[in-house]
Design a protein around this ligand. Structure first.
Ligand SMILES: *Cc1c(COP(=O)(O)O)cnc(C)c1O
Length: 401
């Protein structure tokens, strides 16, 4: 009934049904798929507490679904905290995971009932002591970000050798040193990144033991990769998830040993829980053949949505595309691009990055953009060039994918 541009699994039955029924553009989120993904994650990492990183998909329906299934929330400020509470996440399952916060935001979070805060500097610890007195804090330890599509290094975390000092200051100022965290970078493709992070965390736990500080948890962060992306040249990313989970399980055992006592584990996935359970129904604006500056002709497939209304990450990766209504038939290699007057609103232009698309595509034909559930809602602009944010629809149901 449809052709994909690559040999890769299509959307699940629920998503495919909703995409096929849509006659206008939209983001579709499969809530049942997200719930099953949470259950699968808990089977991989028995006993971990899951705190969904809200920014990856801040739709009330998603947060409510995850809250009902017992997940908490990793929030970056008072607005996300309010959303989590409104969607039924108890305050004791919400942590303020952003190391960047103003006095005002700390006080607001404290008023909302949040008692667990990330930190990575002495200045932030002092502000927490003043505006969230007595709160529990966990120190984010910096990582290098290698192996991830988005590294998240530099801006966050303190060097492992300084973490014990930060938590000691917290204790001296009346806060409760509670944990350590890392984030190995988003869409992390290597198990080795977690192995390195676990080794660093082990060092910090040993240093804390020396200083007589006992923590209650380690937060292994987000970064877990989605399965369904192609890289920017159109090759399947195929993340080594089995290996990653094995390293995390071994890491938890090693950290319990380094700590020398009971230790809880938290993960705060974003992308992993939602990316593959969301898809965009877009349409073709135009398939056009144009000459480039070097005189060579190239096809461009302009879609109704792109970087500024749902597909923000399209310049760093490729989403798989499905062209329903064009089974088989002639294809041509094309640069895929969004509708705006911005040249970054496109897949990579490099010769090796072109996507095979049906030659017969006509303006208005539907296009399904797969694995688009993560960061589509949060990165969308307020109608850049007048192209509006995609409306968000959800689907639930008993059909198993
Ligand atoms: C964004 C973020 C996450 C989620 O990252 P993913 O790569 O989407 O899993 C988790 N924790 C923190 C602190 C974040 O900022």
């Amino acid at each position: 009934m449809s052709t994909t541009t690559r040999t890769a699994p299509g959307p699940g039955a629920r998503l495919a049904g909703a995409l096929a029924a849509a006659t206008t553009d939209r983001l579709v989120l499969d809530l049942t798929g997200i719930e099953h993904g949470l259950a699968a994650l808990r089977r991989e990492l028995p006993g971990v507490h899951v705190r969904f990183a809200l920014k990856a998909c801040p739709a009330d329906e998603v947060v409510t679904t995850l809250a009902r299934a017992g997940a908490g929330a990793d929030a970056a400020g008072p607005a996300e905290i309010e959303q989590a509470l409104r969607c039924g996440v108890p305050a004791d399952r919400v942590h303020y995971g952003n190391t960047v916060k103003s006095d005002r935001h700390i006080a607001a979070a404290h008023r909302l009932g949040v008692r667990l805060f990330a930190t990575d500097s002495r200045e932030d610890v002092a502000a927490l002591a003043a505006h969230a007195p007595g709160a529990r804090v966990f120190c984010r330890v910096a990582t290098g970000g290698e192996g991830a599509l988005w590294g998240l290094s530099h801006k966050f975390g303190c060097p492992p050798a300084q973490a014990a000092g930060v938590l000691e200051l917290a204790r001296d100022l009346g806060l409760v040193p509670s944990g350590l965290s890392v984030h190995v970078g988003s869409q992390q493709m290597t198990a080795g990144a977690w192995r390195t992070a676990v080794a660093d965390l082990g060092e910090v736990l040993r240093a804390l033991r020396h200083r007589g500080i006992t923590l209650d948890h380690v937060n292994l962060g987000g970064g877990l990769p989605a399965r369904g992306y192609l890289d920017r040249h159109g090759r399947r990313l195929d993340p080594p998830l089995d290996k990653i989970f094995a390293v995390l399980r071994e890491g938890m055992d090693a950290l319990r040993r380094a700590h020398g006592g009971a230790l809880e584990f938290v993960v705060e996935p974003g992308r992993y829980l939602v990316a593959d359970h969301g898809a965009v129904r877009a349409h073709v604006a135009r398939l056009a053949r144009r000459s480039g500056p070097d005189g060579t002709d190239r096809y461009w497939l302009y879609l109704s949505c792109g970087k500024f209304n749902g597909l923000y990450e399209m310049d760093a990766l490729q989403y798989r595309l499905v062209f329903p209504g064009h089974p088989g038939g002639d294809t041509v290699p094309a640069v895929v691009a969004g509708p705006t007057c911005d040249s970054d609103d496109a897949y990579s232009h490099e010769a090796g990055s072109l996507v095979r698309v049906p030659r017969a595509l006509a303006s208005g034909d539907p296009v399904w953009v797969l694995s688009a559930g993560a960061y589509a809602l949060s990165y969308t602009t307020r109608g850049f060039n007048g192209f509006p944010p995609l409306p968000c629809h959800t689907v639930t149901g008993g059909t198993d994918d």
